[in-house]
Design a protein around this ligand. Sequence first.
Ligand code: SAM
Length: 253
Amino acid sequence: MSKSHREDAKILNLFPWRSPAPLLFAGWRLRDSSSAPELESAKAYALWAATYPAEAHNPLMRAEEEAMLDLLPDTRGLRAIDLACGSGRYLRHLQNRGAACCVGLDLSAEMLARAPAVHSQLARATMLSLPLLDGSIDLVVCGLAVGHLPDLNPALREVARVLKPGGTVLYSDFHPFGHLAGWKRGFRANGSEYSVRHYPHLYAEHHAACAGAGLTIDAVREPCAVDESGRRAWGDIPAALIVRAVKAKPNAD
Ligand SMILES: C[S@@+](CC[C@H](N)C(=O)[O-])C[C@H]1O[C@@H](n2cnc3c(N)ncnc32)[C@H](O)[C@@H]1O
């Protein structure tokens, strides 16, 4: 344990936490054990893709997915995109729920290669510049990816640009409380441990970025882990921050 970590631990132990204190301790432990190199997302997902599952694969993602699906509008007949689709988790849900046409976009060719062949509509693109016409999309879904961006504003402006008036964006982020508690997105590749660089965004940033892009937030969720192992590890710290927002329709008059 490094000197600064020992001092942090002393402060945590001395501080008059109300029981149960282990939440912070769990975060501290995670931080302490993560001497793994932290990679920017492009490098990280190039390495992680080979073993990255196409479904929610930990308690955090299960909590996030349950809340996302709860907020997902009726997708029947819609033209939808799964933005930063990775291995196609939400593409599958969009297809199963009757979207007329859906496309998965992601920056990582390695992650796109993991999306099942049945999702033939895949393209490599960054959230910062979408290869889509203005006002052409009914629904944008984006799972656990905006935390890879230091600034939410350009991505939400792009989302708003491609949405039709009245269209919806539903996205999730790793919750900033988890980041403050020291949680990392860690993975193993080629026998080594790594973590992915994450940029935490407080709710005020999401609100300002949506408002600045002309998107009105109509629902927010902060789900905690839903299963026993997640509750044991993370207690009451929310796993994800989920935002649903709608692009305003022009005034009828
Ligand atoms: C945690 S994974 C989530 C994948 C999928 N959305 C899901 O929820 O299962 C984050 C994804 O964001 C993608 N990503 C990161 N930065 C991006 C960017 N600037 N533009 C597009 N995709 C990006 C990564 O390649 C990775 O596939």
